[in-house]
Write a protein of this length. Structure first.
Length: 280
């Protein structure tokens, strides 16, 4: 519940989290709620915009890390903090050592992503993804906030009814892990969370005998190479990627994915999750 993260006072201002996609919490600025219908709402207190204080930021981070910032230092170096259902993007001043980012201090900006599980959302594409008793390599492309993670999570749940599925959840977005247990329903899938994708792929293929690997957002050429290696091993892959069209992907370093994946869906944001392009 958002109350556990934000505190009772701010959570009541935000209201029903079922309508919230993310919260943007910035010191000295109004608290902003981005809704799942694409609208943006300034959160109010007694009829006036609620202005975020540094104490609000500090309290949220304290709750998210159980008062132990050190325990979340590795994730904070990568720009986020996981907390039960939520992933919190952090912004502040980078701490560099020898040109290498060691941490973030003076955090004054938070983006809290609120996951939503919509069972049945993948039914419309199941006939393309599962053909002749086999799961096909499937790539879901969309801009930020386009619903690709929600759709991918549901594909994982459906696939796990018939196949050995391993979910690679490097950034804790797909499964919302808490002490090794997923808080969101991913069916009978196994989960590897918080591990860099390349290492996780190799370990899974060697030791977990997957039929399908479901992986959170691909980012950079190393992820591309690793996914192609997994496919060459005969394991099907379900994955997501930032983008606006098949053409935009083809003109980027991710171009090899379009040829490698059997099914590519592009989602839009008006409405969120609408399929605007398909390549099968």
């Amino acid at each position: 519940m958002l109350e556990d993260l934000l505190g009772e006072r701010i959570a009541k201002m935000v209201g029903d989290e079922k309508s919230v996609a993310e919260l943007r919490v910035r010191v000295g600025r109004p608290l902003l709620a981005c809704l799942i219908d694409g609208k943006r709402k300034v959160v109010s207190s007694f009829g006036a915009p609620y202005i975020v204080t540094q104490k609000d930021i500090d309290d949220i981070l304290a709750r998210a890390t159980n008062m132990s910032f050190y325990s979340a230092s590795d994730e904070m170096k990568r720009g986020y903090v996981p907390c039960k259902h939520y992933r919190i993007g952090v912004g502040g001043e980078g701490v560099l050592e020898g040109g290498k980012l060691m941490g973030i201090k003076n955090v004054a900006f938070l983006v809290i992503r609120v996951p939503h599980q919509i069972k049945g959302i993948a039914d419309k594409i199941a006939c393309d993804v599962f053909k002749d008793g086999k799961p096909l390599n499937t790539l879901i492309v969309s801009p930020t906030g386009g619903g690709k993670t929600t759709l991918l999570r549901e594909l994982a749940r459906i696939a796990s009814k018939r196949f050995n599925v391993v979910v690679i959840d490097e950034r804790y977005e797909l499964c919302a892990m808490s002490k090794g247990v997923p808080l969101l329903d991913i069916g009978d899938a196994e989960v590897v969370s918080g591990v860099p994708k390349k290492d996780a792929y190799e370990n899974c293929v060697r030791a977990m005998n997957p039929d399908v690997i479901v992986t959170d957002e691909l980012f950079g050429i190393e992820d591309v190479k690793s996914v192609l290696d997994v496919m060459r091993c005969g394991v099907s892959v379900f994955a997501t990627l930032h983008g606006e069209s098949v053409e935009s992907v083809q003109s980027s370093e991710f171009a090899p994915l379009i040829e490698a994946f059997d099914v590519v869906y592009v989602l839009g944001k008006n409405p969120v999750g609408a399929i605007v392009e398909k390549s099968v």
